[in-house]
Ligand binder design. Structure first.
Ligand code: COA
Length: 332
């Protein structure tokens, strides 16, 4: 069976740079606290009139241009996001309309920080069966529209940023492209990283009483230590799963592109795997955690910096709310 190949990539981040010092003016935090705990120096925030779809459209245009495909060739759009412009429909519907695509299959996929790898895997399966021929796969987030930007929400507010990344996937051959994907979820710990509302469960339904009585249901909450402890176990597991499935060793891999959550998580994963940390790409220092957008943005920057060459094996690895975790092995 033929693999899917990545024909084009593109990313877009908002122009508004928010440094750690900027944050310390609006909440009780410091550059020292943030950098020591996470490695993050700055992040991008969407402006009031921007939303996830604006970032997704710009990233998609760049991927389409690099792939040199026409919008009418695209027959599948999958968008990983948990911060769509509207509660429904998804960003995918806006992309279909704004990019002038034919009346094709388009849907959003809600797997939090694993959303891009999940979306890539779903698109890959559709291409492998021959149901679709050219897929636009996007990770897009305007997560900072939901965070509590005060001392109360500081544990989350300092970590997250906005952005989008996109790839065009097409059918390739049997020895390059997306070699394998592995997806996982364990919902028993979902309350360690979650946002309750708006939702269909009692206290999260949208009505004036709920919003006034439970405003904190409408912002994300996290048990940082539990997330950290799970992430440093699941990343190595799912990377190893990708290696084993392809009869590879980590030495065969040119670059691991992990979800950009926290530099200390990346360092701990490298240590656990006994691998030099520079095998793991990191750009979270400049963007923070952009949820489903972090891996495609990192993929683009790694490629632009000449860190990925034709024939290289790369591994994408994600971990996030759910908990979900996932990997993709790709021969470039
Ligand atoms: N600035 C200053 N102080 C802060 C703060 C901030 N932005 N956020 C929290 N604190 C305070 C807390 O209130 C707490 O204070 P207390 O001890 O008086 O109660 C203290 O800092 C906690 O510090 P510490 O125990 O050293 O935190 P930590 O080492 O667990 O680091 C995280 C916190 C969130 C950085 C860390 O747990 C983490 O990175 N977890 C993973 C998060 C993640 O990646 N999530 C997304 C996954 S997809």
């Amino acid at each position: 069976m033929n693999n899917s190949i990545i024909k084009g990539i593109g990313y877009h981040v908002p122009s508004q740079v928010v440094t750690n010092d900027d944050l310390s003016k609006i909440m009780d935090t410091s550059d020292e606290w943030i950098q020591t705990r996470s490695g993050i120096k700055e992040r991008r925030w969407v402006k009031e009139d921007e939303a996830a779809s604006h970032l997704a459209i710009e990233a998609s245009k760049k991927a389409i241009m690099m792939a040199n495909v026409s919008p009418e060739d695209i027959d599948l759009v999958v968008v990983g996001t948990i911060s769509s412009d509207y509660f429904f429909p998804g960003v995918s519907a806006q992309l279909q309309a704004e990019l002038g695509l034919d009346k094709i299959a388009a849907f959003d996929l809600k797997a939090a920080c694993s959303g891009f790898v999940y979306s890539l895997s779903v698109a890959d399966q559709f291409l492998k069966t021959g149901m679709y021929k050219t897929a636009l796969v996007v990770g897009a987030e305007a997560q900072t529209k939901f965070i509590n930007k005060s001392t109360e929400g500081r544990d989350i507010a300092v970590l997250f940023g906005d952005g989008a990344g996109a790839v065009i996937l097409e059918p390739g051959d049997s020895h390059s492209g997306v070699l394998s994907t592995h997806l996982h979820c364990d919902g028993k710990d979902l309350k360690y990283l979650w946002m309750e509302g708006p939702g269909s469960s009692g206290a999260c339904q949208i009505n004036i009483d709920n919003i006034q009585q439970n405003p904190s249901h409408y912002e994300p909450h996290m048990n940082g230590k539990k997330v950290f402890q799970n992430a440093v176990v699941r990343f190595p597991e799912v990377i190893q799963e990708a290696l084993d499935a392809n009869d590879l060793s980590i030495d065969d891999v040119a670059l691991v592109i992990p979800h950009q959550a926290n530099l200390r998580i990346i360092q701990a994963v490298a240590k656990r795997m006994n691998v030099p940390v520079d095998k793991f790409y990191a750009n979270l220092q400049r963007y923070g955690n952009t949820t489903a957008a972090s891996i495609p943005i990192a993929l683009c920057e790694a490629y632009n910096e000449g860190k990925i060459s034709k024939g290289d094996i790369i591994i994408l690895a994600a971990f996030g709310a759910g908990f979900t975790w996932a990997s993709a092995a790709i021969k470039w």
